[in-house]
Ligand binder design. Sequence first.
Ligand SMILES: [Mn+2]
Length: 297
Amino acid sequence: MSDGRLLYLNENSRKFAGFNKEKSPFVIIGIPMDITSSYRPGSRFAPSSIRESAQYIEFYSIRNDVDMGEIGFNDVGDIILHPSNVEENLSRISSVISYFQESGKITISIGGEHTITAGIIKGTKREGLCLVSFDAHLDLRDEYMGYRYDHACVMRRISEYGVKIIEVGTRAVSKEEIEYAKQKGILFFTPQQIRLLGVKETARRIITSTQECKSLYISVDMDGIDPAYAPGVATPEPDGLDPTNLLDIINLIADKRVIGFDIVEVSPSYDTSGITSVLASRIILETAATVYKARSL
Ligand SMILES: [Mn+2]
């Protein structure tokens, strides 16, 4: 791999469950950026923590009847990031992502804070792109404490790139964000609505609103899940999704148009039992299996 866009890629980091299968359609990229976290920092350690926890899970997806152990992943390592320059990092992320997207790979990015998704989307072909984000927060602020490239503003920036956004698990919001969502027609689902509608109807509504999309991107902020299941996150919010519902929704909405996904905001020092990293590994496995199955049909 000698493309200049890979200058800041460190291929020597620990591999996801030891996987280094070059022929896999799935490329795993660690993006240990943790600069703008406002509450509990440490997500820079999540790529290695999630990779470690992945050693101990089964790789057969019973939901999809797909053996991901056979298909495997191509873990290409971590992006080397600047300790404080967010915009420089977003451009490094965008270079690496564009290289793998253009090579026809499905990119699985392990954060890091949610801000990385802006860099990922910058490096992705955006024509007809829709993004489904699982998150307690809307992340639609125009700026947060004077900064526009911040974890609290990431979906606002992506919406400004012209990407259609749908948010799932919403419960911690500001008035400004609700107004922006209404004004731009950004659909969001609170955990209460999902409980009342059921996962099938929720998924049906998401599918309807993504019908026109040429490609799909999925972003999983682990704080979308209830802290009872995912305690080790940067900004925990009670009253969240349960992991089975989240996986059910992904199972129903992820199809062959998915060009990539990310798992962000795990903060391993607050994950004393390690269950948040294990759950993140499981979400990676099941999402990949769903996409693999959809592409083989
Ligand atoms: Mn969040």
